[in-house]
Design a protein around this ligand. Sequence first.
Ligand SMILES: Nc1nc2c(ncn2[C@@H]2O[C@H](COP(=O)(O)OP(=O)(O)OP(=O)(O)O)[C@@H](O)[C@H]2O)c(=O)[nH]1
Ligand SMILES: [Mg+2]
Length: 265
Amino acid sequence: MKKTRLSIIVPAFRKEKTIVADLKRIKKVLNNLRYKTELICVVDGYVDNTFQKATQLTQKEPNIKVVGYQTNRGKGYAIRYGMAKSKGDLIAFIDAGMEISPNSLSMILEHFEWYQADIVVGSKRHPVSKVNWTPKRRLFSLGYQLLTRVLFGLKIKDTQVGLKCYRREVLEKVLPRLIVKKYAFDVEILAVAHHLGFNRMYEAPVEIDFTTDTSTSAAASRHIWDMLVDTAAIFYRLHILRYYDDTNRRQWKFDPDLNFRVNTV
Ligand SMILES: Nc1nc2c(ncn2[C@@H]2O[C@H](COP(=O)(O)OP(=O)(O)OP(=O)(O)O)[C@@H](O)[C@H]2O)c(=O)[nH]1
Ligand SMILES: [Mg+2]
């Protein structure tokens, strides 16, 4: 039987402090998987030394691919950029920054095979996940879960973990339609995939350590507000504009250079 190929994308914005350690420990996990793997780091803007540090590492680890571009464009854009360059049958992403243990990746993959899934997401709310989260985070997560269930019919409890894996065919159908370049991008993929009938979405356990989180509470509140606005916009495009439907294909802008559609809406 042909070995399944797995691509894993690591988006990196201002990660000069952790990127080398991030990539090393992710690579170590990949080396022990029974898949043929490809590791792609996408540097989302040359705003610090992340690109130089990551590229330096490739001299010792030639199997890591580092790509990037000049200006910061947001996590959603960075991941889509990496996905467009990937070759795997399964395509996953994991956040840089050392919060999520890459060991969780093998859990994700086992769940993927077990369920014959379209998408498997890491979930803080899985019963055996190991998470040291604050009551505030837990409350927000619960509220957001209710919202995504009501707005999009998603059964997944936690849509926000920076570790997810998709079947290539799902992304081929979904990616050209996407707009969100920042955080609600995770939800946009799930909502559009669900809308297109890819309903085999499941959650897998993850290990997350938020103690390395450096964000201030003002930044967190802003982030929550932006997420809500983006999420409402996804609902509007999905159900009112029907923007994501096949009939709107002509509105999806295509950037041949990047091999996927970039939206300016
Ligand atoms: N915040 C942010 N992260 C980005 C961006 N582009 C790519 N990323 C990556 O997306 C992931 C987001 O991780 P987060 O933990 O949510 O954000 P962070 O930048 O690490 O911020 P803190 O953990 O709060 O310090 C990381 O891998 C980032 O490097 C961007 O424009 N902003
Ligand atoms: Mg972080």
